[in-house]
Design a protein around this ligand. Sequence first.
Ligand SMILES: C[S@@+](CC[C@H](N)C(=O)[O-])C[C@H]1O[C@@H](n2cnc3c(N)ncnc32)[C@H](O)[C@@H]1O
Length: 261
Amino acid sequence: MSQNGGWIVTASRDCRVTREELAVLAREVGAVVAPRLERPLASVLAEFGARFALVVQKRGLVASDGRDSVFFHPGMAHVRIKQMAAGETDRMVEAMGLRPGMTVLDCTLGLGSDAVVAAHAVGPEGRVTGLEAVGPLAVLVRRGLAGYPGRLGAAMGRVDVVAADHGAVLPRLPAGSYDVVYFDPMFRRPVFHSPGIAPLRGLALGAPLARESVVEALRVARFRVVLKERRGSPEFGRLGFTVVEGGRYSLVAFGKREAGA
Ligand SMILES: C[S@@+](CC[C@H](N)C(=O)[O-])C[C@H]1O[C@@H](n2cnc3c(N)ncnc32)[C@H](O)[C@@H]1O
């Protein structure tokens, strides 16, 4: 179900991970274990005929194609939660209409920033499930979300990471099983200076959001389906979303569709 093809699991030379730990990780990812890195990752990838690697380094897990690397970082989620705690509104939270106790299905988890902010907004009585089609990214994020302290850590602990393609999951979910269903697919036209997403581009699933997935999401959502895209994107019209006003100077926009409308 998840898109694991072409991945290996390995470790940097100076990292003390055991072979058994690597084997556990490889099973979780559904990848093969390659020997510890004694030479450039690109040549190991070539030898294994793999495109990507999940590398255990001293500072944690890194997903890499031998050129670009992605590691988990709470990044903007930390800043946004701080701003919300200081009384500022968050555009995504507003677009979703989140209140304490609500449930959210994030269909495009990525590095999990939006999911963590949503988990903060819905509070301890709420729940967030994040679907990520690229299995090793899901593992990177699942492990990354563990072990942070404070308000941020509490929100991270409420995100349940599932390595799966939403195209396969949504049709199997009962009607009305989440309050809000959220999509943030890779933008059709990338925002190149987006520091959190740029390195993800080579590793992530970049297919356009399917109309059928939006139809299923409208069945699964009790309240609303929200789409994030580049401001002015034709995707909003193609998929039937009404753009939420606000953030006139922002490069991104949110669109919503009410369930049952
Ligand atoms: C733009 S990123 C999401 C960023 C995320 N909102 C965040 O705050 O970090 C899109 C992610 O969705 C994943 N994705 C794309 N299509 C998917 C699908 N059909 N099912 C599950 N995940 C998908 C991509 O692999 C990528 O990691």
